[in-house]
Design a protein around this ligand. Structure first.
Ligand SMILES: NC(=O)c1ccc[n+]([C@@H]2O[C@H](COP(=O)([O-])OP(=O)(O)OC[C@H]3O[C@@H](n4cnc5c(N)ncnc54)[C@H](OP(=O)(O)O)[C@@H]3O)[C@@H](O)[C@H]2O)c1
Length: 339
């Protein structure tokens, strides 16, 4: 499992998001880092990584109109030329990134169609498979945003709808407007807030779970060196990567690595396998700029953890043990629970 050169043999198993049959690879590919967030990315390597994903059977490709202010969708569009049929293409609207790098949320219904049309053009496709509202707009009732998205489904420009970082009440209201196939929110061994309230609600409503930053923005791989972060790496602003929190969290990740060694997998694979073990409705979307690491991560789809292994991992890296709160765009800063 550890040897990424063995990847040719991998055919990734599939999972279904939502109640209406959106079939995707059990692990997707989060493409954000190809355009922003984790330092410079090489264009040709990025395109090769996307194609490698498809070669490995990773069908779910995740992007957004805001990633690189359109660059990410354009890159993806170029990478999937001639291979559209192999892809479950997911993009998002509603975080608007200006040329100066500033961001704001806008999900007014009058703007949704224009956002989709612009995404379709950048991606070079006539429809997207999964269209997410990237953030709930505090100034727009969610029924109105989702209502506008539903019109796009009716027109065949979008196949399924999703939300990102919605809370339980917002999920209820959205699902009462139109079926929601997926909720994309931060979820990993070191950020488990969603398990309290949102996860049970999503499950009751039949909404699939797409954990973003499933590798803890790289930290859970045990290979992250904050001293090497580029000037524009957004982890510089994440309290989990700083000062005493960092030292504290490093000790926990060392435990994760030790368990991974024992299991004969990498720490990244163990972190992803833990998410996959949370239920058949969970499809993590790890990101990387490297085809080799992409293959390593895809290998997690073959790692099935027993209940005892899950329990051991959670005892070694308990939910309440990690230090520092996250800084996700538009998300409230919350204290983690002690469960
Ligand atoms: N909905 C939202 O609001 C939201 C927010 C954030 C992210 N997302 C989505 O979720 C996707 C994944 O999240 P993410 O990229 O933030 O975080 P992530 O997947 O948890 O971690 C990505 C980081 O881990 C490193 N990495 C990946 N695989 C590795 C491996 N096997 N060994 C060592 N390092 C490895 C990457 O570095 P290299 O590039 O150098 O490999 C990168 O720095 C994004 O691409 C995006 O599509 C959505």
């Amino acid at each position: 499992m550890r040897d990424a050169s063995n990847v040719v043999r991998m055919i990734i198993r599939t999972r279904t998001l939502g109640r209406d049959g959106l079939t995707v690879s059990a692990l997707g590919f989060g493409c954000m880092g190809l355009s922003q967030g984790y330092g410079a990315a090489d264009e040709q390597e990025s395109i090769a990584a996307v194609r490698r994903a498809l070669d490995l059977g990773v069908t779910l490709l995740d992007t957004a109109m805001s990633y690189g202010a359109g660059h990410n969708e354009e890159l993806l569009g170029r990478a999937i030329v001639g291979r559209r049929d192999e892809v479950v293409l997911a993009t998002k609207f509603g975080i608007v990134r200006g040329a100066d790098g500033t961001t704001r949320v806008n999900a007014r219904p009058a703007d949704v169609r224009g956002y989709l049309e612009a995404s379709l053009k950048r991606l070079g496709v006539d429809h997207v498979d999964l269209y997410y509202q990237h953030r709930v707009d505090p100034h727009v009732p969610i029924e109105e945003s989702v209502g506008a998205m539903a019109e796009l489904v009716a027109e065949g420009k979008v196949r399924y709808l999703g939300l990102s970082e919605a809370d339980s009440k917002q999920l209820e209201r959205a699902a009462a407007t139109h079926p929601i196939a997926a909720l994309q929110s931060e979820w990993s061994l070191w950020w488990r807030e969603l398990e309290d309230d949102v996860l049970p609600t999503a499950r009751r409503l039949g909404i699939g779970l797409v954990p973003y930053s499933p590798l803890g923005r790289g930290f859970l791989t045990g290979a992250v060196d904050p001293n090497a972060f580029a000037a524009n790496d957004f982890r510089r602003d994440d309290p989990r990567f700083r000062g005493e929190n960092l030292d504290h969290n490093r000790a926990i990740v060392a435990e994760v690595r030790a368990l991974a060694d024992e299991r004969g997998v990498t720490a990244a694979q163990l972190a992803l396998a833990w998410l996959l073990a949370q239920g058949d409705d969970v499809v993590p979307i790890p990101g990387t700029r490297s085809g080799v690491r992409l293959a390593e991560n895809a290998g997690a789809a073959d790692v099935e953890l027993s209940a005892a292994e899950v329990a051991r991992l959670e005892a070694a890296a308990p939910r309440s043990a990690w230090a520092g709160d996250r800084r996700a765009f538009g998300a409230p800063v919350t204290k983690r629970g002690s469960a």
